[in-house]
Design a protein around this ligand. Structure first.
Ligand code: OOG
Ligand code: NI
Length: 268
């Protein structure tokens, strides 16, 4: 496991931008060319399957070892997903959102395909330093990919891309030249980026202490065992947080909004 937070997030970012070219362009757009202030990440998100070898807790271990603490628990009934978020005592570090797909709630065909993928993966790999940006550890055919996608686009995304950051999230509160999420969205749309409009362009808002928006994932050509397909890779998210009545900035997530953010990797 990594013993350095900055090294881990820097490796995650390098892996992420390789398959998410728009994230690099958006990063430039938001910081400007001159005197670019640093982008602060609100959070980074990961996905996994809830099989013994790969469950959420194995991913979380990497962050617990770096001093992160478990905070919120979330349940997405329709998506058949459970999630947790983690925070570091140093509030300048990004939060981490990890979710897992509940296989038992899927058809036997989907369960069978996913068990077959995870079987190919050595158990010890989840402890490796680079596990969180190691990609997929299995052979996958485009037929299997499409079969999974017909039941769950979360499942097909994870089968195709494996273990890596699913998205990074810009903290709008920390931007110096833009003061609201609506302004960020306008800038993105003017530059030609496509936003996720499921549940509205802005999910949540001041009333739930968190406003979020995201791009639709980039489309990237990926090699399968029987040829290649152009499929959604990763997306970029933007989050603006508001104070709680006690004056502290809200640090959690909002289930109804997150439910729609998941759809940023849908193919349409
Ligand atoms: C996670 C979606 C939820 C948020 O900020 O609410 C989320 C995912 O797509 O894996 O990131
Ligand atoms: Ni997110």
């Amino acid at each position: 496991m990594h013993n350095n937070i900055d090294a881990l997030f820097s490796a995650l970012w390098q892996d992420y931008v390789q398959i998410t070219p728009s994230a690099k362009r958006i990063h430039k757009l938001l910081t400007g060319e001159e005197n670019s202030p640093q982008i602060v990440n609100d959070h980074v998100a990961f996905r996994t399957f809830d099989l013994d070898k790969t469950r959420l807790n194995h991913l979380a271990e990497h962050f617990l070892a770096l001093g992160y603490e478990a905070k919120g628990d979330y349940d997405f009934k329709a998506k058949k997903v459970t999630a947790k978020h983690y925070e570091h005592p140093d509030k300048d570090q990004p939060k981490v959102f990890i979710s897992e797909l509940r296989l038992a709630e899927f058809s036997t065909q989907t369960q069978h395909i996913i068990e077959g993928l995870v079987e190919q993966m050595p158990a010890s790999i989840v402890d490796a330093d680079n596990f969180l940006y190691s990609g997929r550890h299995w052979q996958l055919s485009s037929k299997e990919y499409q079969s999974l996608a017909s039941e769950s686009e979360y499942a097909s995304w994870l089968a195709a891309w494996g273990y890596r950051a699913n998205h990074f999230t810009v903290s709008v509160n920390h931007l110096s030249n833009l003061t609201s999420l609506a302004e960020v969205n306008t800038l993105l749309k003017e530059a030609g980026f496509v936003l996720n409009t499921s549940g509205g362009e802005i999910k949540g808002g001041e009333s739930v202490h968190l406003a979020q928006s995201s791009t639709m994932a980039d489309q990237v050509e990926l090699e399968f065992s029987d040829g290649s397909l152009t499929i959604p890779s990763c997306f970029y998210e933007f989050a603006q947080r508001y104070n709680l009545p006690n004056g502290e900035l809200y640090q959690g997530f909002v289930e109804a909004s997150a439910d729609k953010i998941f759809e940023s990797t849908n193919s349409k």
